[in-house]
Design a binder for this molecule. Structure first.
Ligand code: ZN
Length: 166
């Protein structure tokens, strides 16, 4: 026992928590300066609080970080712009593919995607666009082949009918 206060753990815990009134805190601190046992208890409580605090902070942190990473970092406007850009890329790719064939379209789309990837620093968006563009390329190739088949079939049937009528 030292000073006016008796040795008591509760005020020491409260001091470590920082939940003491300023006047009471001064009293407890004054006691701690003269009482090695209470000083030791106080330091142990501080360490415990620190480790508990870091535990509480560490545990939800990965989840929190994931949520933050998953959250849209850009405005709705920017996301709409990205969607529009993806759509334009798809249309340009399809048009280029239909007009000039796949050999020209792929490097053009690659260049546009890499450019926008650098500009926006959004590799994942570029990946999504590439995936969509890849699908569009396949669909356009398939559609082109189908159209060719239909044209060939119509041409054949028309020319056969003409040949028959002639
Ligand atoms: Zn004491």
């Amino acid at each position: 026992m030292n000073g006016r206060l008796p040795c008591a753990p509760e005020p020491i815990f409260e001091l470590a928590d920082g939940s003491l009134e300023p006047e009471r805190e001064r009293e407890v601190r004054a006691h701690l300066r003269g009482c090695r046992d209470c000083q030791t208890l106080y330091e142990r409580e501080l360490r415990l609080n620190a480790s508990l605090g870091s535990l509480e902070f560490e545990a939800p942190r990965p989840v929190y970080r994931d949520v933050v990473m998953a959250l849209p970092t850009r405005s709705v406007k920017a996301r709409l712009l990205w969607a529009a850009l993806a759509l334009v890329l798809l249309l340009v790719t399809s048009a280029t593919l239909i007009l000039y064939g796949a050999n020209l379209a792929v490097p053009v789309v690659d260049a546009i995607g890499v450019f926008w990837g650098f500009v926006a620093g959004l590799a994942d968006v570029v990946q999504v666009v590439f995936a969509a563009v890849g699908a569009a390329l396949l669909i356009a190739l398939g559609a082109g082949a189908l159209v060719d088949l239909v044209i060939a079939a119509v041409y054949l049937s028309v020319s056969r009918r003409r040949a028959r009528e002639a």
